[in-house]
Design a protein around this ligand. Sequence first.
Ligand code: ADP
Length: 452
Amino acid sequence: MINRWIIFAVCMFVGGSLGWWTTAKEGLGLGMGIALGAFVWLLVDSLYMARLLNWLRTEQSNEPQEGLVSTLAVAPSLPGVLGEVADRTRRLLKNRDQQNLESQARLGEFLAALQASPSGVVLLDARGRIEWCNQVATQHFGFDAQRDVLQHIANLVREPAFKAYMAAGNFSRDVLIPGSFSTPARPVKLSVHAHSYGKNRKLLLSRDITAIELAEAMRRDFVANVSHEIRTPLTVLSGFIETLQTLPLKEAERGRYLALMAQQSKRMQTLVSDLLILSRLEGSPLPDANDWITTRALFAQCEQDAKALSVVIAPQGQQLEFEPGPACEIAGAQTELYSAMSNLITNAVRYTAERGLVKVSWTVLEDGRGKFQVKDTGPGIAPEHLPRLTERFYRIDRSRSRETGGTGLGLAIVKHVAQRHGVELQIESQPGLGSLFSLIFPATRVRRLQAS
Ligand code: ADP
Protein backbone atom coordinates (compact mmCIF):
# COMPACT_ATOMS: atom_id res chain seq x y z
CA MET A 1 0.00 0.00 0.00
CA ILE A 2 2.89 2.25 0.87
CA ASN A 3 4.22 1.73 -2.69
CA ARG A 4 0.98 3.08 -4.03
CA TRP A 5 1.44 6.31 -2.05
CA ILE A 6 5.06 6.55 -3.15
CA ILE A 7 4.14 6.12 -6.85
CA PHE A 8 1.36 8.69 -6.46
CA ALA A 9 3.80 11.11 -4.79
CA VAL A 10 6.47 10.46 -7.47
CA CYS A 11 3.88 11.15 -10.23
CA MET A 12 2.92 14.42 -8.63
CA PHE A 13 6.57 15.32 -8.00
CA VAL A 14 7.58 14.56 -11.60
CA GLY A 15 4.47 16.46 -12.93
CA GLY A 16 5.16 19.42 -10.62
CA SER A 17 8.88 19.53 -11.53
CA LEU A 18 8.08 19.39 -15.26
CA GLY A 19 5.44 22.18 -14.89
CA TRP A 20 7.74 24.32 -12.82
CA TRP A 21 10.67 23.81 -15.19
CA THR A 22 8.68 24.32 -18.49
CA THR A 23 6.97 27.50 -17.24
CA ALA A 24 10.30 29.00 -16.17
CA LYS A 25 9.75 28.27 -12.52
CA GLU A 26 6.29 29.82 -12.14
CA GLY A 27 3.94 28.81 -9.31
CA LEU A 28 1.03 28.16 -11.69
CA GLY A 29 3.15 25.80 -13.79
CA LEU A 30 4.04 23.90 -10.62
CA GLY A 31 0.35 23.52 -9.63
CA MET A 32 -0.70 22.37 -13.11
CA GLY A 33 2.22 19.96 -13.29
CA ILE A 34 1.17 18.38 -9.95
CA ALA A 35 -2.46 18.12 -11.17
CA LEU A 36 -1.29 16.55 -14.45
CA GLY A 37 0.91 14.04 -12.57
CA ALA A 38 -2.08 13.12 -10.36
CA PHE A 39 -4.29 12.78 -13.45
CA VAL A 40 -1.78 10.50 -15.23
CA TRP A 41 -1.51 8.35 -12.10
CA LEU A 42 -5.34 8.15 -11.87
CA LEU A 43 -5.62 7.24 -15.53
CA VAL A 44 -3.04 4.45 -15.37
CA ASP A 45 -4.50 3.18 -12.09
CA SER A 46 -8.05 3.19 -13.58
CA LEU A 47 -6.79 1.21 -16.57
CA TYR A 48 -5.24 -1.41 -14.27
CA MET A 49 -8.45 -1.46 -12.20
CA ALA A 50 -10.53 -1.92 -15.32
CA ARG A 51 -8.34 -4.88 -16.40
CA LEU A 52 -8.65 -6.42 -12.94
CA LEU A 53 -12.41 -5.91 -12.86
CA ASN A 54 -12.83 -7.27 -16.34
CA TRP A 55 -10.88 -10.42 -15.47
CA LEU A 56 -12.86 -10.91 -12.22
CA ARG A 57 -16.14 -10.58 -14.10
CA THR A 58 -15.07 -13.20 -16.65
CA GLU A 59 -13.99 -15.61 -13.89
CA GLN A 60 -17.20 -15.19 -11.95
CA SER A 61 -19.31 -16.11 -14.94
CA ASN A 62 -17.20 -19.23 -15.54
CA GLU A 63 -18.79 -22.53 -14.33
CA PRO A 64 -16.29 -24.79 -12.58
CA GLN A 65 -15.09 -27.20 -15.19
CA GLU A 66 -12.01 -28.99 -16.33
CA GLY A 67 -9.57 -26.53 -17.90
CA LEU A 68 -10.68 -23.71 -15.65
CA VAL A 69 -7.34 -23.82 -13.89
CA SER A 70 -5.67 -22.93 -17.17
CA THR A 71 -8.05 -19.95 -17.67
CA LEU A 72 -7.03 -18.71 -14.25
CA ALA A 73 -3.42 -19.00 -15.18
CA VAL A 74 -3.90 -16.05 -17.57
CA ALA A 75 -4.70 -13.61 -14.76
CA PRO A 76 -3.55 -10.09 -15.73
CA SER A 77 -0.08 -9.17 -14.57
CA LEU A 78 -0.53 -5.92 -12.70
CA PRO A 79 1.95 -3.96 -10.66
CA GLY A 80 1.81 -3.30 -6.94
CA VAL A 81 -1.31 -3.73 -4.83
CA LEU A 82 -3.53 -4.54 -7.81
CA GLY A 83 -1.08 -7.26 -8.87
CA GLU A 84 -1.27 -8.73 -5.37
CA VAL A 85 -5.09 -8.50 -5.39
CA ALA A 86 -5.14 -10.28 -8.77
CA ASP A 87 -2.70 -12.92 -7.56
CA ARG A 88 -4.53 -13.63 -4.32
CA THR A 89 -7.88 -13.72 -6.12
CA ARG A 90 -6.42 -16.12 -8.68
CA ARG A 91 -5.27 -18.41 -5.87
CA LEU A 92 -8.65 -18.21 -4.11
CA LEU A 93 -10.47 -19.02 -7.34
CA LYS A 94 -8.08 -21.87 -8.03
CA ASN A 95 -8.80 -23.32 -4.57
CA ARG A 96 -12.53 -22.91 -5.09
CA ASP A 97 -12.38 -24.72 -8.43
CA GLN A 98 -10.24 -27.48 -6.97
CA GLN A 99 -12.81 -27.93 -4.19
CA ASN A 100 -15.62 -27.91 -6.74
CA LEU A 101 -13.90 -30.56 -8.80
CA GLU A 102 -13.30 -32.69 -5.69
CA SER A 103 -16.94 -32.29 -4.60
CA GLN A 104 -18.09 -33.27 -8.07
CA ALA A 105 -15.83 -36.32 -8.03
CA ARG A 106 -17.13 -37.32 -4.59
CA LEU A 107 -20.74 -36.84 -5.73
CA GLY A 108 -19.97 -38.96 -8.78
CA GLU A 109 -18.62 -41.70 -6.51
CA PHE A 110 -21.70 -41.55 -4.26
CA LEU A 111 -23.98 -41.81 -7.28
CA ALA A 112 -21.90 -44.69 -8.65
CA ALA A 113 -22.27 -46.47 -5.29
CA LEU A 114 -26.05 -45.93 -5.38
CA GLN A 115 -26.02 -47.10 -8.99
CA ALA A 116 -24.29 -50.31 -7.89
CA SER A 117 -26.90 -50.97 -5.20
CA PRO A 118 -28.90 -54.17 -5.79
CA SER A 119 -31.98 -52.23 -4.62
CA GLY A 120 -33.77 -49.62 -6.67
CA VAL A 121 -32.97 -46.10 -5.35
CA VAL A 122 -35.12 -43.03 -6.13
CA LEU A 123 -34.45 -39.55 -4.69
CA LEU A 124 -37.52 -37.33 -4.46
CA ASP A 125 -37.50 -33.57 -3.85
CA ALA A 126 -39.79 -31.83 -1.35
CA ARG A 127 -42.60 -31.78 -3.93
CA GLY A 128 -42.36 -35.48 -4.63
CA ARG A 129 -40.59 -35.07 -7.98
CA ILE A 130 -37.88 -37.47 -9.10
CA GLU A 131 -34.42 -35.92 -8.73
CA TRP A 132 -32.38 -39.01 -9.48
CA CYS A 133 -32.89 -42.77 -9.75
CA ASN A 134 -30.57 -45.68 -10.37
CA GLN A 135 -30.75 -48.31 -13.13
CA VAL A 136 -32.45 -50.92 -10.91
CA ALA A 137 -35.22 -48.44 -10.08
CA THR A 138 -35.81 -47.76 -13.79
CA GLN A 139 -36.35 -51.50 -14.27
CA HIS A 140 -38.53 -51.86 -11.16
CA PHE A 141 -40.80 -48.87 -11.88
CA GLY A 142 -40.36 -48.60 -15.65
CA PHE A 143 -38.86 -45.07 -15.42
CA ASP A 144 -36.64 -43.43 -17.97
CA ALA A 145 -33.65 -42.10 -15.97
CA GLN A 146 -33.33 -38.98 -18.16
CA ARG A 147 -36.82 -38.26 -19.41
CA ASP A 148 -38.60 -38.71 -16.07
CA VAL A 149 -36.36 -36.44 -14.01
CA LEU A 150 -38.53 -33.81 -12.25
CA GLN A 151 -41.68 -35.78 -13.03
CA HIS A 152 -43.98 -36.28 -10.05
CA ILE A 153 -43.69 -39.84 -8.73
CA ALA A 154 -47.48 -40.13 -8.41
CA ASN A 155 -47.80 -39.59 -12.18
CA LEU A 156 -45.47 -42.49 -12.91
CA VAL A 157 -46.33 -45.04 -10.21
CA ARG A 158 -50.08 -45.24 -10.32
CA GLU A 159 -50.57 -48.27 -8.08
CA PRO A 160 -53.32 -47.30 -5.55
CA ALA A 161 -51.49 -49.04 -2.67
CA PHE A 162 -48.39 -46.92 -3.40
CA LYS A 163 -50.36 -43.69 -3.66
CA ALA A 164 -52.11 -44.40 -0.35
CA TYR A 165 -48.73 -45.24 1.25
CA MET A 166 -47.12 -41.99 0.11
CA ALA A 167 -50.20 -39.96 1.07
CA ALA A 168 -50.39 -41.49 4.57
CA GLY A 169 -46.75 -40.58 5.24
CA ASN A 170 -46.24 -43.48 7.67
CA PHE A 171 -42.91 -44.85 6.45
CA SER A 172 -42.23 -47.23 9.35
CA ARG A 173 -43.15 -50.14 7.05
CA ASP A 174 -42.86 -50.99 3.36
CA VAL A 175 -45.57 -51.35 0.73
CA LEU A 176 -45.92 -54.26 -1.71
CA ILE A 177 -46.78 -53.45 -5.31
CA PRO A 178 -46.50 -55.26 -8.66
CA GLY A 179 -43.38 -54.43 -10.70
CA SER A 180 -43.76 -52.46 -13.93
CA PHE A 181 -43.14 -55.57 -16.07
CA SER A 182 -45.43 -57.82 -14.03
CA THR A 183 -47.77 -60.03 -16.05
CA PRO A 184 -50.22 -62.70 -14.86
CA ALA A 185 -47.92 -65.35 -16.36
CA ARG A 186 -44.76 -63.87 -14.81
CA PRO A 187 -45.77 -61.87 -11.75
CA VAL A 188 -43.13 -59.54 -10.31
CA LYS A 189 -43.55 -58.29 -6.76
CA LEU A 190 -41.78 -55.25 -5.35
CA SER A 191 -41.29 -54.13 -1.77
CA VAL A 192 -41.01 -50.33 -1.67
CA HIS A 193 -39.85 -48.48 1.44
CA ALA A 194 -39.76 -44.68 1.73
CA HIS A 195 -37.40 -42.84 4.09
CA SER A 196 -37.58 -39.11 4.86
CA TYR A 197 -34.40 -37.03 4.84
CA GLY A 198 -33.27 -33.41 4.54
CA LYS A 199 -36.01 -30.81 4.12
CA ASN A 200 -39.03 -32.96 3.34
CA ARG A 201 -37.10 -34.98 0.75
CA LYS A 202 -37.63 -38.71 0.36
CA LEU A 203 -35.51 -41.71 -0.50
CA LEU A 204 -37.39 -44.65 -2.03
CA LEU A 205 -35.80 -48.09 -1.84
CA SER A 206 -37.33 -50.88 -3.92
CA ARG A 207 -36.53 -54.62 -3.78
CA ASP A 208 -37.69 -57.39 -6.10
CA ILE A 209 -39.15 -59.94 -3.68
CA THR A 210 -40.69 -62.27 -6.28
CA ALA A 211 -38.24 -65.10 -5.50
CA ILE A 212 -38.63 -64.64 -1.73
CA GLU A 213 -42.41 -64.72 -2.03
CA LEU A 214 -42.21 -67.82 -4.21
CA ALA A 215 -39.90 -69.56 -1.74
CA GLU A 216 -42.23 -68.61 1.09
CA ALA A 217 -45.24 -69.99 -0.82
CA MET A 218 -43.30 -73.20 -1.50
CA ARG A 219 -42.36 -73.49 2.17
CA ARG A 220 -46.00 -73.05 3.18
CA ASP A 221 -47.10 -75.67 0.64
CA PHE A 222 -44.41 -78.02 1.82
CA VAL A 223 -45.40 -77.74 5.49
CA ALA A 224 -49.08 -78.19 4.54
CA ASN A 225 -48.23 -81.27 2.44
CA VAL A 226 -46.09 -82.88 5.13
CA SER A 227 -48.75 -82.23 7.76
CA HIS A 228 -51.38 -83.74 5.50
CA GLU A 229 -49.26 -86.80 4.71
CA ILE A 230 -48.60 -87.47 8.39
CA ARG A 231 -52.08 -86.67 9.60
CA THR A 232 -53.76 -89.35 7.46
CA PRO A 233 -51.89 -92.39 8.83
CA LEU A 234 -51.98 -90.88 12.33
CA THR A 235 -55.78 -90.58 12.17
CA VAL A 236 -56.06 -94.19 11.01
CA LEU A 237 -53.69 -95.35 13.75
CA SER A 238 -55.48 -93.53 16.54
CA GLY A 239 -58.81 -94.92 15.25
CA PHE A 240 -57.49 -98.46 15.46
CA ILE A 241 -55.98 -97.87 18.90
CA GLU A 242 -59.34 -96.62 20.17
CA THR A 243 -61.09 -99.67 18.67
CA LEU A 244 -58.59 -102.04 20.29
CA GLN A 245 -58.99 -100.26 23.63
CA THR A 246 -62.78 -100.16 23.68
CA LEU A 247 -64.02 -103.25 21.81
CA PRO A 248 -63.53 -106.86 22.88
CA LEU A 249 -62.15 -108.27 19.60
CA LYS A 250 -61.48 -111.78 18.51
CA GLU A 251 -57.87 -112.83 18.02
CA ALA A 252 -58.16 -112.84 14.18
CA GLU A 253 -59.67 -109.35 14.11
CA ARG A 254 -57.03 -108.06 16.50
CA GLY A 255 -54.37 -109.51 14.26
CA ARG A 256 -55.88 -107.82 11.18
CA TYR A 257 -56.09 -104.45 12.92
CA LEU A 258 -52.52 -104.71 14.15
CA ALA A 259 -51.35 -105.53 10.60
CA LEU A 260 -53.15 -102.42 9.31
CA MET A 261 -51.60 -100.34 12.08
CA ALA A 262 -48.15 -101.67 11.20
CA GLN A 263 -48.81 -100.68 7.57
CA GLN A 264 -49.69 -97.10 8.57
CA SER A 265 -46.69 -96.71 10.85
CA LYS A 266 -44.46 -98.07 8.05
CA ARG A 267 -45.93 -95.41 5.79
CA MET A 268 -45.00 -92.68 8.26
CA GLN A 269 -41.52 -94.15 8.66
CA THR A 270 -40.98 -94.12 4.89
CA LEU A 271 -42.20 -90.55 4.68
CA VAL A 272 -39.92 -89.35 7.48
CA SER A 273 -36.99 -91.25 5.98
CA ASP A 274 -37.58 -89.65 2.54
CA LEU A 275 -37.86 -86.21 4.14
CA LEU A 276 -34.57 -86.77 5.95
CA ILE A 277 -32.90 -87.86 2.71
CA LEU A 278 -34.14 -84.71 0.98
CA SER A 279 -33.02 -82.39 3.78
CA ARG A 280 -29.60 -84.09 3.86
CA LEU A 281 -29.31 -83.66 0.09
CA GLU A 282 -30.09 -79.96 0.41
CA GLY A 283 -27.80 -79.31 3.35
CA SER A 284 -24.71 -81.39 2.62
CA PRO A 285 -21.67 -80.42 0.53
CA LEU A 286 -21.46 -81.67 -3.05
CA PRO A 287 -20.39 -85.32 -3.39
CA ASP A 288 -16.71 -86.04 -3.85
CA ALA A 289 -15.81 -86.76 -7.48
CA ASN A 290 -13.00 -89.10 -6.36
CA ASP A 291 -15.15 -91.74 -4.66
CA TRP A 292 -15.67 -94.54 -7.18
CA ILE A 293 -18.46 -97.13 -6.88
CA THR A 294 -18.83 -100.16 -9.15
CA THR A 295 -22.01 -100.23 -11.19
CA ARG A 296 -22.21 -104.01 -10.66
CA ALA A 297 -22.44 -103.54 -6.86
CA LEU A 298 -25.18 -100.93 -7.29
CA PHE A 299 -27.05 -103.21 -9.69
CA ALA A 300 -26.85 -106.20 -7.33
CA GLN A 301 -28.26 -104.13 -4.45
CA CYS A 302 -31.08 -102.70 -6.62
CA GLU A 303 -31.97 -106.08 -8.11
CA GLN A 304 -32.35 -107.63 -4.68
CA ASP A 305 -34.66 -104.83 -3.51
CA ALA A 306 -36.71 -104.87 -6.73
CA LYS A 307 -37.34 -108.62 -6.46
CA ALA A 308 -38.40 -108.32 -2.81
CA LEU A 309 -40.81 -105.46 -3.65
CA SER A 310 -42.19 -107.13 -6.77
CA VAL A 311 -43.29 -110.17 -4.75
CA VAL A 312 -45.40 -107.89 -2.55
CA ILE A 313 -46.74 -105.61 -5.30
CA ALA A 314 -47.44 -108.25 -7.94
CA PRO A 315 -47.94 -111.66 -6.30
CA GLN A 316 -48.59 -113.16 -9.73
CA GLY A 317 -45.20 -111.99 -10.85
CA GLN A 318 -43.54 -109.36 -13.01
CA GLN A 319 -40.77 -109.77 -15.51
CA LEU A 320 -37.67 -108.12 -14.03
CA GLU A 321 -34.69 -107.82 -16.37
CA PHE A 322 -31.34 -106.47 -15.19
CA GLU A 323 -28.61 -105.82 -17.73
CA PRO A 324 -25.57 -104.51 -15.83
CA GLY A 325 -23.65 -103.92 -19.11
CA PRO A 326 -19.89 -103.28 -19.16
CA ALA A 327 -18.15 -103.34 -15.78
CA CYS A 328 -17.69 -99.68 -14.82
CA GLU A 329 -17.20 -97.39 -11.90
CA ILE A 330 -19.02 -94.14 -11.33
CA ALA A 331 -17.84 -91.27 -9.19
CA GLY A 332 -20.14 -89.97 -6.49
CA ALA A 333 -21.81 -90.64 -3.17
CA GLN A 334 -22.83 -94.30 -2.99
CA THR A 335 -25.89 -93.81 -0.75
CA GLU A 336 -27.21 -91.00 -2.95
CA LEU A 337 -26.70 -92.87 -6.22
CA TYR A 338 -28.26 -95.99 -4.78
CA SER A 339 -31.20 -93.93 -3.52
CA ALA A 340 -31.78 -92.37 -6.97
CA MET A 341 -31.49 -95.64 -8.90
CA SER A 342 -33.59 -97.61 -6.45
CA ASN A 343 -36.31 -94.92 -6.47
CA LEU A 344 -36.62 -95.22 -10.27
CA ILE A 345 -36.69 -99.03 -10.12
CA THR A 346 -39.14 -99.05 -7.20
CA ASN A 347 -41.47 -96.73 -9.11
CA ALA A 348 -41.33 -98.94 -12.20
CA VAL A 349 -42.20 -102.02 -10.11
CA ARG A 350 -44.95 -100.19 -8.20
CA TYR A 351 -46.66 -98.70 -11.26
CA THR A 352 -46.38 -101.78 -13.51
CA ALA A 353 -49.19 -104.30 -13.47
CA GLU A 354 -48.87 -108.01 -12.80
CA ARG A 355 -46.93 -109.81 -15.52
CA GLY A 356 -45.63 -106.50 -16.80
CA LEU A 357 -41.99 -105.94 -17.72
CA VAL A 358 -39.41 -103.85 -15.88
CA LYS A 359 -36.04 -103.59 -17.58
CA VAL A 360 -33.01 -101.97 -15.96
CA SER A 361 -29.82 -101.41 -17.96
CA TRP A 362 -26.42 -99.73 -17.89
CA THR A 363 -24.56 -98.75 -21.06
CA VAL A 364 -21.58 -96.60 -21.92
CA LEU A 365 -22.15 -94.22 -24.82
CA GLU A 366 -19.56 -93.60 -27.55
CA ASP A 367 -18.58 -90.25 -26.04
CA GLY A 368 -17.83 -91.93 -22.69
CA ARG A 369 -21.03 -90.89 -20.89
CA GLY A 370 -22.85 -93.54 -18.88
CA LYS A 371 -26.56 -94.27 -19.26
CA PHE A 372 -28.66 -95.88 -16.52
CA GLN A 373 -32.17 -96.71 -17.77
CA VAL A 374 -35.34 -98.06 -16.22
CA LYS A 375 -38.04 -99.06 -18.68
CA ASP A 376 -41.47 -100.37 -17.75
CA THR A 377 -44.72 -101.39 -19.35
CA GLY A 378 -46.77 -99.52 -16.74
CA PRO A 379 -49.62 -97.03 -17.35
CA GLY A 380 -47.36 -94.35 -18.83
CA ILE A 381 -47.59 -90.64 -18.08
CA ALA A 382 -49.51 -87.95 -20.00
CA PRO A 383 -47.27 -85.15 -21.36
CA GLU A 384 -48.85 -82.42 -19.22
CA HIS A 385 -47.60 -84.14 -16.04
CA LEU A 386 -44.01 -84.63 -17.18
CA PRO A 387 -42.64 -81.14 -16.27
CA ARG A 388 -44.06 -81.38 -12.73
CA LEU A 389 -43.16 -84.99 -11.87
CA THR A 390 -40.05 -84.06 -9.85
CA GLU A 391 -41.95 -81.58 -7.64
CA ARG A 392 -42.33 -82.67 -4.05
CA PHE A 393 -45.61 -84.48 -3.38
CA TYR A 394 -46.70 -84.25 -7.02
CA ARG A 395 -48.63 -87.39 -7.86
CA ILE A 396 -50.71 -88.36 -10.87
CA ASP A 397 -52.53 -91.28 -9.34
CA ARG A 398 -52.75 -90.60 -5.60
CA SER A 399 -54.44 -93.81 -4.62
CA ARG A 400 -52.01 -96.00 -6.61
CA SER A 401 -49.10 -94.09 -5.07
CA ARG A 402 -50.38 -94.55 -1.51
CA GLU A 403 -51.49 -98.17 -2.01
CA THR A 404 -47.99 -99.08 -3.05
CA GLY A 405 -46.27 -97.16 -0.25
CA GLY A 406 -45.36 -94.03 -2.23
CA THR A 407 -44.52 -90.77 -0.49
CA GLY A 408 -44.60 -88.44 -3.50
CA LEU A 409 -40.95 -87.58 -2.81
CA GLY A 410 -39.17 -90.30 -4.85
CA LEU A 411 -38.59 -88.32 -8.05
CA ALA A 412 -37.74 -85.16 -6.09
CA ILE A 413 -34.93 -87.16 -4.47
CA VAL A 414 -33.83 -88.48 -7.89
CA LYS A 415 -33.73 -84.92 -9.29
CA HIS A 416 -31.64 -83.63 -6.37
CA VAL A 417 -29.14 -86.49 -6.56
CA ALA A 418 -28.87 -86.01 -10.32
CA GLN A 419 -28.23 -82.27 -9.97
CA ARG A 420 -25.58 -82.83 -7.30
CA HIS A 421 -23.72 -85.26 -9.56
CA GLY A 422 -24.07 -83.29 -12.79
CA VAL A 423 -26.32 -86.06 -14.10
CA GLU A 424 -29.16 -85.45 -16.55
CA LEU A 425 -32.57 -86.95 -15.77
CA GLN A 426 -34.64 -87.75 -18.87
CA ILE A 427 -38.24 -88.95 -18.77
CA GLU A 428 -39.97 -90.37 -21.85
CA SER A 429 -43.47 -91.67 -21.49
CA GLN A 430 -46.81 -91.97 -23.18
CA PRO A 431 -50.10 -93.05 -21.63
CA GLY A 432 -50.61 -96.76 -22.23
CA LEU A 433 -47.11 -97.28 -23.61
CA GLY A 434 -45.05 -97.44 -20.44
CA SER A 435 -42.24 -95.15 -19.29
CA LEU A 436 -38.51 -94.80 -19.72
CA PHE A 437 -36.47 -93.00 -17.06
CA SER A 438 -32.78 -92.34 -17.87
CA LEU A 439 -29.88 -90.99 -15.85
CA ILE A 440 -27.07 -89.76 -18.12
CA PHE A 441 -23.75 -89.57 -16.25
CA PRO A 442 -21.06 -87.19 -17.55
CA ALA A 443 -17.97 -88.92 -19.00
CA THR A 444 -15.83 -87.46 -16.18
CA ARG A 445 -17.78 -89.52 -13.66
CA VAL A 446 -17.59 -92.82 -15.57
CA ARG A 447 -14.64 -95.17 -16.01
CA ARG A 448 -14.56 -98.67 -17.43
CA LEU A 449 -12.97 -101.44 -15.43
CA GLN A 450 -10.44 -103.72 -17.16
CA ALA A 451 -11.99 -107.15 -17.88
CA SER A 452 -10.19 -109.61 -15.55
P1 ADP B 1 -44.58 -91.58 -5.50
O1 ADP B 1 -44.04 -91.91 -4.20
O2 ADP B 1 -45.98 -91.09 -5.48
O3 ADP B 1 -44.34 -92.64 -6.52
P2 ADP B 1 -42.63 -90.14 -7.03
O4 ADP B 1 -42.05 -88.79 -6.80
O5 ADP B 1 -41.71 -91.28 -7.05
O6 ADP B 1 -43.76 -90.29 -5.94
O7 ADP B 1 -43.40 -90.08 -8.40
C1 ADP B 1 -44.27 -89.01 -8.67
C2 ADP B 1 -45.44 -89.47 -9.51
O8 ADP B 1 -44.96 -89.83 -10.81
C3 ADP B 1 -46.08 -90.71 -8.98
O9 ADP B 1 -47.08 -90.42 -8.03
C4 ADP B 1 -46.65 -91.33 -10.24
O10 ADP B 1 -47.91 -90.80 -10.47
C5 ADP B 1 -45.70 -90.90 -11.34
N1 ADP B 1 -44.75 -91.96 -11.70
C6 ADP B 1 -43.49 -92.10 -11.25
N2 ADP B 1 -42.88 -93.17 -11.83
C7 ADP B 1 -43.80 -93.71 -12.66
C8 ADP B 1 -43.78 -94.82 -13.56
N3 ADP B 1 -42.71 -95.60 -13.70
N4 ADP B 1 -44.90 -95.06 -14.28
C9 ADP B 1 -45.98 -94.26 -14.15
N5 ADP B 1 -46.07 -93.22 -13.33
C10 ADP B 1 -44.99 -92.93 -12.59
